[in-house]
Design a protein around this ligand. Sequence first.
Ligand SMILES: CC(C)(COP(=O)(O)OP(=O)(O)OC[C@H]1O[C@@H](n2cnc3c(N)ncnc32)[C@H](O)[C@@H]1OP(=O)(O)O)[C@@H](O)C(=O)NCCC(=O)NCCS
Length: 164
Amino acid sequence: MFGTIRKKPVILEASSTDHGSIAELHSLSFPRGWSKSEFANLALQNNVTLLVARSVGNPDGPILGFNIVRQAEDEAEILSIAVDPKARGRGLGESLMREAIFRLRADRIEKLILEVDGSNKAAIKLYNNLGFLTVGNRPGYYRNEGPVDTADRSTALVMRLDLV
Ligand SMILES: CC(C)(COP(=O)(O)OP(=O)(O)OC[C@H]1O[C@@H](n2cnc3c(N)ncnc32)[C@H](O)[C@@H]1OP(=O)(O)O)[C@@H](O)C(=O)NCCC(=O)NCCS
């Protein structure tokens, strides 16, 4: 009768104690997981922002998603974003992206770039909803399961959001 009510999550910068949980989440979402120390090293870079999502009702609880963004001059790039498989489809991915975009605009960054597997319907929907446009593609970029040859690779789309 009232439809689904989506509670906004809490989105904050990750602390150093979060890197292990972020690495676990990453490995649940991608074929090659990044280690805790890879996240720690990235987060040390002063042009990198690592955001995490937690439940609004349990702000000290588990990390439900992360978004890692790198700035270079007037441009920024999403290095990786993922939401806990159990928490997908509740708007967390969108909240993580909107918070990153808000911060980038405040830093006067002019465009945001990302690469996404052309078969990743959920991510492409999320980015399209936010206004990203596909500006290029790289055939054979991602390796799927099975033998490593071009036929088993899918196309990466390059997407861009103009922030000004
Ligand atoms: C992509 C990802 C981060 C989205 O996170 P999420 O919290 O589930 O996203 P949201 O709930 O904010 O949904 C965003 C939109 O995508 C849509 N969506 C979600 N899952 C979908 C699916 N399987 N197929 C099509 N659309 C889907 C939602 O309906 C929503 O659109 P709407 O508001 O118009 O209905 C999440 O699916 C994920 O972690 N995937 C694995 C890692 C990954 O692929 N990262 C992106 C790499 S580029």
